[in-house]
Design a protein around this ligand. Sequence first.
Ligand SMILES: [Zn+2]
Length: 389
Amino acid sequence: MKTSPSSRRGRASREADRLVELAEGLAHSGSRAEDHFWGSRLDTEIDALLSGADEASLNTALDRLADRESRAYEELADAIEGRVEHTLVKASDGTRDVLLFAAPVLAWSRMPLPTRSLGTNTLQALRGHLQEHVFSEKADVALADYFFSPDQLPESFGETAEMRQALMAHLTDGRLAVDTASLNETAQFLADQRYVIGVVSAPQGEALFRWQEGMITRDEVMAAWRSASQDVFTALLPACGFEPMLPRAYYVACRDADRSARPFSITASVAFLSTTLNVPAAHLEAVVAGCYNRTLEEYRIGFQVTEDESVIHGIVWPLLGAEDEMSDVVDEIEATLREAGIQKVEVLRQRMPMEYCEDCGAPLYPNADGELVHAELPETDEPAAQHLH
Ligand SMILES: [Zn+2]
C-alpha cells in the first residue's frame, strides 16, 4: 500500500507517544525494579526506531518532552544516546560490550585548522597510546582513519549508530576507512575542536576504561594520554596551540569538548591578538552581549583595542544544555576574560539580535556603543589568515 505523508505523520506520532509514555514512566519510577521495567521497554522501542531509520519519531518525542521541561526528557535523551553509542555483540569468546568513543582535541591557529585522513603510522600510534593509557588491558580498539571537525561528525542518531556499526566491523584490523567525499565542509574558526573517533570493546561487564579498574584515577589517565599523544597531535596540528581532552564515551566527550571550547577560545583569542597585533592583553577591551532569537541563544564577545572604536575580533559563546538567561553564564565569561588578562570588560544590558554579515555569513559582534558590527583585523605586516573582506 502506498503511504501518504499524512499517514506517515500519524505513525510517527503514535511511535513518539509510546516513547513519551515510557520515558515518563521511567522518570516517575520509585525503584530499581520499576526502572528496569520501563528502561528495557524503552530500549526495545528505540532500537526498533533506529534500525528502521525512524529519526522523526525520536526527535518528535524529544521535542514534546523538551517543551514540558520534564525529567522524562533527560531519561529519553540518555536512553537514545545510550542505545546509539553502546551495544552488545556475541563473539567467539562470549558477549562483549562495544562503545563508540571520541578523543577530542581543542586547537587554535592563525592558519586554517586542518581536518585530514590519518595515515597508517599515525593511526597505529594513536591506537597504541589509547590502548596503553586510556582503555583497559582486555579492550580492543578500532579507529576511523580521519581527524574530524565538528561539522563532519555524524548529524543524526541514525548516522551515529551507523558509524558505531561500521567501526565494529573493523575491531580485528583496527581501522575504518572513511569516505572523505561524503564529509561536510568545515567552517573555519580561530579556535575549534577536532576529533578522533573509534569503538572500544571488552568482555561484557568488564572495565572498558583504565580508571574503571580502580588502580588509576581519571585525572591520571588524562595526564598520561596528554603526554603520550603530544607528538602525534603536534604532527597533525602544525603551527597550532592545542589541548587533548579525556577520551570518553561519544556523547559525553562531545559535550565536554563543547563546554571546554568556550573558555579555550577566549584564551586563544587573547594569545592570537597579542602575538599578531603586538597588543598586550591589558590594552584590549571586551564587550559582551546576549543575542536572542525568541530566547537567549548565545553571547557574543567583541574585542577592541583601548582608545579605538573598531571591533578587531569576535567570538561566540553558545549556551549549552539547560542554560538560559537565568544561568550565571555572564559571570563565567567575565571571569575567563579577566583571567586571560583583559582588564576592561563591558556587559551590555540590552537584548541583541542574532545578526550575521550578509556577504560572508560571519556573526556580527558588539562594540562599546551597543551596536553589532563586522570584526576587522587591522592591517599588519604579516598576511592575515582570517577571512576578511
Ligand atoms: Zn562579512
